[in-house]
Design a protein around this ligand. Structure first.
Ligand SMILES: Nc1ncnc2c1ncn2[C@@H]1O[C@H](COP(=O)(O)OP(=O)(O)OP(=O)(O)O)[C@@H](O)[C@H]1O
Length: 288
């Protein structure tokens, strides 16, 4: 068996604000080149987790290693290996887009070329515009560029596509996929867009009120929720529907019994949205 290096190693992480526990015993890992999506309702603890891993927030308890180092004790050389896209970035209003990326890149040993990076996030037309004149979505693209400028081994993206139009969103997905395919960049991202998580994530971790309630690939999570395929067909002029965990067997049986009399067969797999909603509903049910 080969041992894979661990980029993120979190065990028994706890966070308490005053007398309120917001993270309880959070444990997960990420490996090189993996895209890990952190999902969960508002207030679940996603940003808190990310900020602890980024070294911006001190944890209450637990073991955390990011690129082999405890972020609470990390030095500048460690920081240069990670990229950060916050929910809202500090202001660089007077800078021009390309100039800012070129300037920030100089803090890293092997930065992206500023023009290539501007093109990769779709800001070529705005390259010489001042940051304060950008639209919300253009601003978000710049945030992503700032997070990537140092060609980080690990990038944290907190709701990176909030406010992006569909074309920019697709461009972002392609960018993250190409970085992860090269195997050099590991990404931890939060999103409320379940289609995005389904598309991008190698693994999904669902956090609910500070606890991990699911961890796996999208199909693995779907399989854990029974009866998730929705099958519909027409027979003798009547429309039938059935929910089943094994739609292939059901379809086979239908054709075996009725042959070509079966028409308009439709099989809908559980989407990540179906799965996510039932995971969160179960977690809520278990608590009450
Ligand atoms: N500085 C703070 N002091 C006290 N409580 C805080 C602080 N920051 C966050 N919290 C609380 O911790 C909990 C987790 O918040 P967090 O921002 O991590 O959630 P989130 O999952 O990122 O939510 P969202 O999806 O809304 O961004 C919330 O109940 C929040 O009110």
């Amino acid at each position: 068996m080969t041992m894979r290096a661990t980029v993120l190693d979190v065990e028994g992480l706890r966070m308490r604000y005053g007398s309120t526990d917001v993270l309880h015993d959070v444990t997960f890992q990420a490996h090189p080149g993996e895209v890990l999506c952190l999902l969960g309702p508002n207030g679940a603890g996603k940003t808190t987790t990310i900020e602890i891993l980024e070294g911006f927030r001190a944890r209450s308890a637990g073991r955390v290693e990011v690129l082999g180092t405890d972020p609470a004790l990390a030095r500048e050389s460690w920081r240069a290996r990670i990229g950060v896209v916050l929910q809202s970035w500090r202001d660089h209003g007077k800078w021009r887009v390309r100039e800012l990326l070129h300037h920030l890149g100089r803090y890293y040993p092997a930065p992206w070329d500023a023009d290539d990076l501007v093109a990769a996030v779709g800001l070529t037309e705005q390259a010489h515009h001042q940051v304060r004149t950008l639209s919300g979505g253009q601003r978000r693209r710049l945030d992503v560029a700032i997070g990537l400028v140092g060609r980080p081994e690990l990038v944290f993206l907190d709701e990176p596509t909030a406010g992006l139009d569909p074309v920019a969103r697709r461009g972002f997905h392609e960018l993250i996929e190409s970085l992860s395919d090269e195997g050099r960049t590991t990404a931890l991202l939060t999103t409320h867009d379940l289609a995005e998580a389904e598309k991008l994530a190698d693994r999904i971790v669902v956090l609910d009120r500070g606890r991990i309630v699911a961890d796996g690939t999208a199909p693995e999570l779907a399989r854990r929720i029974a009866g998730t395929d929705h099958v519909a067909w027409t027979l003798g002029g009547t429309r039938f529907t059935e929910d089943t965990p094994d739609s292939t067997a059901l379809a086979f049986d239908l054709f075996r019994r009725h042959g070509e009399a079966v028409t308009d067969l439709e099989i809908r797999r559980a989407s990540l949205e179906d799965t996510y909603l039932s995971i969160v509903a179960r977690a809520e049910g278990a608590r009450s």
